[in-house]
Ligand binder design. Structure first.
Ligand code: ADP
Ligand code: ADP
Length: 232
C-alpha cells in the first residue's frame, strides 16, 4: 500500500545554499495493505515530513513515494485531489471548525468531492457511526469532550473511505484511557482492511498495543528500514 524508495527530503531555507540539513535521509520502507504501524522518534526526527510526503503536502528531494501502486511524482495536477481522497489524515489538534456543526465538519471532504446532499448525509452518518457518535450530527464540536472531538476528526478523515489512514500525534492532548479508546478505533479500521500509520511519542501506549514500529532518528529510519537490493 505504501512504499518509500530511498526518499530524502531537504527543506530549502532562504540564505542557505542548497538548503539546511536533511529532514529525511534515504528512507526505505513498505506498509502492506491492512497493516497497522506506529512511527516514532524524537521531535525533529522527520515524522511529520514523512506523513506530509504521503499527503503531497511536500515533495521529496530524492527518491520515490508509491501509494496504492501510484508513484506520486508521476501524478498529473488533475489527479492530486483524487489521491488526497485516498489518504485520510487525523491531526493532534483535530482542526475542527467551531462555527459549524459536527455534520458539516465531517462532510467537509465530501463537499469538495461534489457529492449530492443525500449521498453526503449517508456517508457522514456511516462515518459517525464508525466512531460511535451517531446522533451527534447537529451538535457543535465545542460542546463535546476532547475525546469526542478527536472522534469527529477521525470521522472526517474516514468519510471518503480511504484505504490509507495517517495520524500525527492523534492522542497528544488526551489522557491514557481516552488515548487507548482512540487507538482501538484505529484498530477497527485496520480490521476492515485500512492501512494505518500513526506518528506518536506515546511509548507506553505503543507497547500496550504491540503493533509494528518504525523509528526515525535525525531523518534516518533506524527501525523498519528495508536494506538496498530487496526490491527486485
Ligand atoms: P517531527 O515530526 O519528527 O518532529 P519534522 O518532520 O517536523 O519532525 O522535522 C524534521 C526536520 O525538518 C526538523 O529539523 C525541522 O526543523 C525541519 N523542518 C520541518 N518542516 C520544515 C520547513 N517547512 N522548513 C524548514 N525546515 C523544516
Ligand atoms: P457501503 O456504501 O460500502 O455499503 P457505508 O458507507 O454504508 O458503505 O459504510 C459501511 C461501514 O464502513 C460504515 O459503517 C463504517 O463503519 C465503515 N467504514 C467507514 N470508513 C471506512 C473506511 N475508511 N474503510 C472501511 N470501512 C469504513
Amino acid at each position: 500500500m505504501v512504499r518509500f524508495d530511498r526518499v530524502s527530503k531537504r527543506y530549502s531555507s532562504p540564505g542557505t545554499q542548497g538548503g539546511g540539513k536533511e529532514a529525511l535521509s534515504s528512507v526505505n520502507f513498505e506498509l502492506q495493505r491492512g497493516e497497522f504501524a506506529f512511527l516514532t522518534g524524537h521531535s525533529g526526527a522527520g515524522k511529520s515530513t514523512l506523513l506530509k510526503l504521503m499527503m503531497l503536502m511536500e515533495r521529496p528531494s530524492r527518491g520515490q513515494v508509491i501509494i496504492d501502486g501510484q508513484n506520486l511524482a508521476r501524478l498529473r495536477p488533475s489527479q492530486v485531489p483524487f489521491h488526497r481522497r485516498k489518504v485520510g489524515v487525523v491531526f493532534q489538534n483535530h482542526q475542527l471548525l467551531f462555527d459549524r456543526s459536527v455534520f458539516d465538519n465531517v462532510a467537509l471532504p465530501l463537499q469538495i468531492a461534489g457529492f449530492t446532499p443525500a449521498e453526503a448525509g449517508r456517508r457522514v452518518r456511516a462515518a459517525l457511526d464508525s466512531v460511535g457518535l451517531l446522533g451527534m450530527e447537529k451538535r457543535n464540536p465545542i460542546e463535546l469532550s476532547g475525546g469526542e472531538q478527536q472522534r469527529v476528526g477521525i470521522a472526517r478523515a474516514v468519510v471518503n473511505k480511504p484505504p490509507l489512514l495517517l495520524a500525527d500525534e492523534p492522542t497528544g492532548n488526551l489522557d491514557p484511557e481516552l488515548s487507548e479508546e482512540i487507538m482501538k478505533l484505529f484498530t477497527r479500521f485496520q480490521q476492515v482492511g485500512v492501512t494505518v500509520l500513526i506518528a506518536t511519542h506515546d511509548i507506553a501506549l505503543i507497547e500496550r498495543m504491540g503493533h509494528r514500529r518504525l523509528i526515525l532518528d535525525q531523518g534516518s529510519m533506524v527501525q523498519g528500514q528495508l536494506q538496498e537490493g530487496v526490491y527486485g
